[in-house]
Design a protein around this ligand. Structure first.
Ligand code: MG
Ligand code: MG
Length: 290
């Protein structure tokens, strides 16, 4: 006799329900998997620390990328962004880092552009080490920056810190997102809506989507925080009224529509029994917020 799920409707329904659940709910990581993600996170932290020392007037974003690529190779890791594709992209993403300067929000491509005093650069780096991913970003000030730009960086960083403080099992993500959005908007800035954070693990982008704002249309995607969830939380904030567009027909750099500046801070976080562990924070036990 053939054995198949079609023979028993009840069993078939149960299997389909199980599959749906698998697709919709994020995977919870085991202790061993978290240990691997911690290793990837520590590499991320080392790279971004190095980028912090390079982020001075006169450096080019291509130079920053070259050092990051070397560090990734030396660690035996693989860059996650290099080779990424999407429907509107004219070519696969060419580098390990995204370097987004001033009005660029995300997906800036490293180039020979020399950074000048007063510029800001958002450096986003993703790696896979021993099969597990880390994803983190920092916006650096190049030399002295204006007061309002400094405020933009402070507020965006504060939105990420707020999420780290507020996240714990049993809370809905939308509660955290609402707090982040309120912090940003109270400061007179706007949360980017076109791009959101994400689950992360063996793949860079896993379920669920992790928006930095709340909206009626996103209610169905809301989720409860559970121990073992690993999420890349990444507020992207613009100085102006919001709204982004592609910079050119490459389908890569995303800029603000009004030309205002943007900032981006990201950490890979693991929900623990009582809060979160910052996997890309640099501490041995991962609890420090880098
Ligand atoms: Mg990232
Ligand atoms: Mg990310």
């Amino acid at each position: 006799m053939a054995c198949g799920i079609a023979e028993d409707r009840k069993v078939r329904r149960r299997v389909i329900r199980g599959l749906r659940k698998q697709v919709q709910s994020p995977t919870l990581k085991s202790k061993g998997e978290l240990a691997e993600m911690r290793r990837a996170g520590r590499l991320e932290h080392r790279i971004l620390e190095r980028m912090a020392t390079m982020a001075v007037p006169g450096v080019t974003t291509a130079e920053m990328n070259a050092v990051a690529e070397q560090m990734i190779a030396e660690a035996g890791a693989e860059p996650l962004f290099k080779g990424q594709k999407h429907a509107q992209a004219r070519f696969p993403f060419p580098t390990a880092l995204c370097t987004s300067v001033n009005d660029e929000v995300v997906h800036g491509i490293p180039s020979d552009r020399t950074l000048a005093p007063g510029d800001i650069v958002s450096v986003d780096c993703g790696v896979r080490l021993n099969g597990f991913c880390g994803d983190a970003a920092v916006t650096f000030a190049i030399g002295e920056i204006g007061a309002r730009t400094r405020r933009l960086l402070e507020v965006t960083h504060a939105a990420l810190d707020l999420a780290i403080r507020e996240m714990r099992p049993g809370r809905w993500w939308s509660e955290i997102a609402a707090s982040m959005q309120a912090l940003v908007e109270t400061a007179g800035f706007s949360v980017v809506r076109e791009f959101v954070g994400h689950g992360i693990g063996r793949e860079m982008h896993e379920e669920p989507k992790v928006p930095n704002y709340v909206a009626r249309g996103r209610r169905r995607e809301d989720f409860l925080l559970k121990p073992g969830m690993t999420l890349a939380v990444e507020p992207m904030v613009t100085m102006g009224a919001g709204g982004v567009q592609y910079k050119d027909n490459s389908g890569w750099p995303v800029v603000t529509r009004d030309g205002s500046r943007a900032a981006h801070f990201e950490h890979t976080l693991a929900v623990t029994a009582t809060g979160v562990e910052v996997l890309t924070g640099g501490a041995e036990d991962g609890t420090e917020t880098g």
